[in-house]
Ligand binder design. Structure first.
Ligand code: NAD
Length: 365
């Protein structure tokens, strides 16, 4: 099937692309690389560097002719949405409308929208929270994601196309940016491994439902393969973990004995978040398969995996193909020279071309 994924160079989107390619779908990616990285998009997918709000989107969709659009791209930072709600709405609301209009012109019959559970439901009366619970977003990001869901429903109603929204719990796993504001597992793990102190906001008894990114990609692949599935489905594990508990387990795994520091609670932060994914089970046959014991105490390798092969941005800027001095394309595990069609593996963050070209060295006597 031909599938177009927006935001396919980002954390969640790149795992979705990998999974769809593994299921033999033909994949086009639209991403403006605002937070996404070109090298996360495998060569087997066609990357169109294009903003959702750019008029060129029409020609990308016309050429890609997707049977399904998976809309992952977003301004995904809650703090940025608070600081600049207009920008947040511009990407998450206007960008989604622009995409849906392009889908209409290209007669795309189906769209799967990646939304959020926690930020959409806000503080809830029922835990685990089902899809029909009232929505109480407490941030501009929550409002913009919920608004985009509504536009998807209206687009489907007006065009006769099908729309499905997946509301994700807190996602963790490889390629999550530990420098970002979200992803407490990536942040804590990278700080613990670097010997830095972790900061817990508030008393740390706030809880979240942490779902592994591979399980999320599986849910999206099932949604793509289920043309009858419409409406809204939560994607979460139904298991609740407090930030204090997460810190204790990650500290134990990394052999750190130091306690975390506590900072004032973030205003408006939800106390508990836990999603009921019963509908995802009946609609898509999906449930989280990452073993329960790894959910609350994710293996550090889960986060490290992506970082192991990461090449420094400065190194990237100065590297050229040793054979033809041409510009290089960086993937996760190799570097490609499109001009002379050579590929150089990356091992432990070091391109082998640097190792094999190095002069032998011995200490001065
Ligand atoms: N990470 C989580 O825990 C989580 C939880 C719930 C929902 N989500 C949702 O999952 C999706 C992906 O989040 P993520 O954590 O992978 O974030 P991310 O920032 O890694 O990915 C977003 C991608 O969208 C691209 N993008 C941003 N603005 C764009 C624009 N105007 N045009 C084209 N591309 C654009 C970025 O370059 C990036 O590749 C978002 O829709 C987010 O709301 C994420």
């Amino acid at each position: 099937m031909r599938v177009l994924v927006t935001g396919g160079a980002g954390f969640v989107g790149s795992h979705v692309v990998d999974r769809l390619l593994a299921a033999s779908h033909s994949v086009d990616v639209v991403d403006n690389l605002a937070t996404g990285r070109r090298e996360r998009v495998p060569a087997a997918a066609r990357l169109h560097v294009c903003d959702l709000r750019d008029a060129r989107l029409d020609s990308v969709l016309a050429a890609a002719r997707p049977a399904v659009v998976v809309h992952v791209a977003a301004q995904a930072a809650v703090s940025r949405s608070v600081a600049d709600p207009r920008f947040d709405a511009s990407v998450n609301v206007l960008g989604t409308i622009a995409l849906l209009e392009s889908c209409k012109r290209a007669a795309v019959p189906r769209a799967v929208y990646i939304s959020t559970g926690g930020a959409a439901y806000g503080d809830t009366d029922v835990l685990p929270t089902p899809e029909d619970h009232p929505l109480r977003p407490a941030s501009p990001y929550g409002v913009s994601k919920v608004t985009a869901e509504r536009y998807l429903e209206v687009w489907a109603g007006l065009t006769g196309a099908r729309g499905l929204t997946l509301r994700l719990a807190n996602v963790y796993g490889p390629r999550q940016d530990p420098a970002g504001e979200a992803g407490v597992i990536a942040i804590f793990t990278s700080r613990l491994l670097a010997g830095a102190t972790c900061v817990v906001n508030g008393d740390g008894e706030q809880t979240r439902d942490y779902v592994y990114v591979g399980d999320v990609a599986d849910a999206v692949a099932r949604a793509v393969a289920a043309p009858e599935a419409t409406g809204i489905a939560n994607i979460g594990t139904g298991a609740e973990t407090s930030v204090n508990e997460l810190y204790r387990r990650l500290a134990r795994l990394t052999d750190v004995r130091r306690a975390a520091e506590h900072a004032p609670a973030k205003p408006g932060e939800q106390r508990r978040s836990l999603l009921d994914a019963t509908r995802a089970k009946s609609l898509l046959g999906w449930s989280a398969t990452t073993p329960a014991r790894r959910r609350p105490q994710p293996d550090c390798r889960v986060v490290q995996e992506g970082a192991d092969n990461m090449i420094d941005e400065e190194l990237k800027a100065i590297l050229a193909c040793p054979a033809c001095k041409g510009d290089l394309l960086f993937e996760e595990t190799r570097i490609i020279c499109p001009a002379c069609r050579k590929a150089y593996p990356i091992r432990d963050g070091i391109p082998v071309m640097l190792i094999s070209e190095a002069e032998p060295w011995s200490p001065a006597r």
